[in-house]
Design a protein around this ligand. Structure first.
Ligand SMILES: [Zn+2]
Ligand SMILES: [Zn+2]
Length: 336
């Protein structure tokens, strides 16, 4: 059989005909396999969802308990039969609960990795390379210019700034699922032991992380009502990037706007967004991680999705690896 008979794009998402399921469908389907809880991959309204326990929990937190007709939790490494196709979930190192999905049929194995990174992250299990015939990779940062520095260096710059400007609040924009908790955990690992103030939009997910044994220390709501503006002098406040455009951000004393994202590598982008202190912290692989991972899987064929597809496809060709863009639509990178 050809690989494209086992998995191919349809308007709803990546479809497996022999198994009759979709991976990360963007429209409601009968059976969805979901790699992780970011809103562009995990949508509500499917008849049934198969995902890791943590991804199912995160979907319930975000969409409510009735987000799907039925759910099934996939244990990591557990072989699950869907018709005569076998699927297994393996850690992707992207956010809590994130998994790659290996799809096997008649001796062929395709791995749909969803979003992934290789940098160490104390808030989720590390990426596990799975050998396969076809590896489906994201390419969010699929250009050689993207090289993420160590996250510890970026957090050190944030802490240095809080020492330099003790009278100013540091507002850190970070995506609500994954990035925000990673930033908080990095602060703790760097020895920061004061309470971290969080926007209300982060409360449920951060509480869930804590409940899963990921220690984020003392978190306090970033509300002014209880005290004066000066309570936030020198404080670190974490909120979703969207909150920084509204009145919420203007309550804080002379705030320094920080943003944790892989896109902060592009200075122009930081400047346009009014970001004073860009922090290059990404939950996606950079160029070196992408190319190293492709080699590690031993795959003879690479399918490239959301991002800079052409550059990575070209790199594969130069390495003698067959590659093509998948042209999946509807993925916006909630957690870059
Ligand atoms: Zn994601
Ligand atoms: Zn994605």
């Amino acid at each position: 059989m050809r690989a494209s008979d086992l998995l191919h794009p349809r308007p709803e998402g990546l479809y497996c005909p022999p198994g009759d399921f979709f991976i990360d469908p963007v429209r409601p389907v009968n059976r969805a396999l979901v790699t992780h809880g970011h809103s562009d991959h995990a949508r509500s309204g499917h008849r049934s969802v198969l995902a890791t326990r943590q991804t199912l929990d995160i979907m319930a937190l975000r969409y409510g308990e009735g987000f799907a007709g039925a759910t099934q939790a996939a244990g990591l490494g557990e072989a699950i039969a869907l018709n005569d196709v076998t699927v297994t979930f393996h850690p992707a190192g992207h956010v809590l609960g994130s998994a790659q999905i290996a799809v096997e049929h008649q001796g062929m194995r395709i791995v749909a990795s969803g979003d992934y990174k290789r940098q160490k992250d104390a808030t989720c299990l590390p990426f596990e390379p799975v050998t396969c015939d076809v590896f489906i990779t994201e390419a969010t940062f699929g250009l050689p210019v993207f090289r993420h520095p160590p996250d510890t260096e970026e957090i050190a710059r944030l802490l240095k700034s809080t020492v330099q400007f003790p009278e100013r609040a540091h507002l850190v924009g970070a995506y609500a699922l994954g990035k925000a908790q990673r930033v908080m955990r990095l602060l703790r690992d760097a020895g920061y032991d004061k309470p971290i103030h969080i926007h209300g939009a982060l409360a449920k997910l951060s509480g869930y992380y804590q409940g899963q044994g990921i220690d984020l220390g003392t978190l306090e709501p970033a509300t002014i009502e209880t005290g004066g503006r000066q309570d936030f002098a020198g404080a670190i406040v974490v909120g979703p990037p969207s909150a920084f455009a509204d009145r919420w951000a203007r309550r804080f004393p002379d705030p320094i706007s920080c943003f944790a994202s892989g896109w902060m590598r592009i200075r122009r982008r930081a400047k346009q967004g009014g970001v004073e202190l860009p922090l290059i912290i990404s939950d996606h692989s950079d160029w070196d991680e992408l190319t190293a991972t492709i080699k590690e899987t031993g795959a003879g064929e690479i399918w490239v999705t959301h991002g800079r597809e052409e550059a990575l496809v070209r790199w594969c060709e130069l390495e003698g690896i067959a590659a093509r863009p998948l042209h999946l639509v509807g993925y916006e990178d909630e957690g870059d």
